[in-house]
Design a protein. Structure first.
Length: 101
């Protein structure tokens, strides 16, 4: 099995990278445009965070090659959820006696 790639395969990957780069550039312009809309703080913040999340997802999926690592991502998310639930349980148990329910 050879590690060399065909010209067509390389061109396909380059097209994907250019499309992702273009999407990131457009989303950056949208973010700047939203800044000029004079939206109230919460809608502007939510809009900015949604756009940033989409951009981070594109970078992680394509430039960090995580699109093909579904199993690792799933296990990482499950581990994060377990730690989050442990922290919430610890927080509740620590402050339960201080808060009248």
């Amino acid at each position: 099995m050879s590690d060399t790639h065909s010209i067509e395969e390389i061109k396909k990957h380059v097209r994907v990278y250019i499309a992702v780069f273009s999407a990131l550039a457009i989303l950056t312009m949208v973010t700047v445009g939203v800044g000029y809309l004079d939206l109230p703080m919460m809608p502007a913040l939510i809009t900015g965070l949604v756009i940033a999340t989409i951009k981070a997802g594109l970078v992680a999926a394509y430039f960090m090659h995580l699109l093909g690592e579904r199993k690792v991502i799933l296990y990482s998310l499950m581990l994060t959820g377990v730690f989050f639930l442990c922290m919430v349980a610890l927080f509740i148990s620590f402050f339960a006696d201080q808060v009248a329910l």
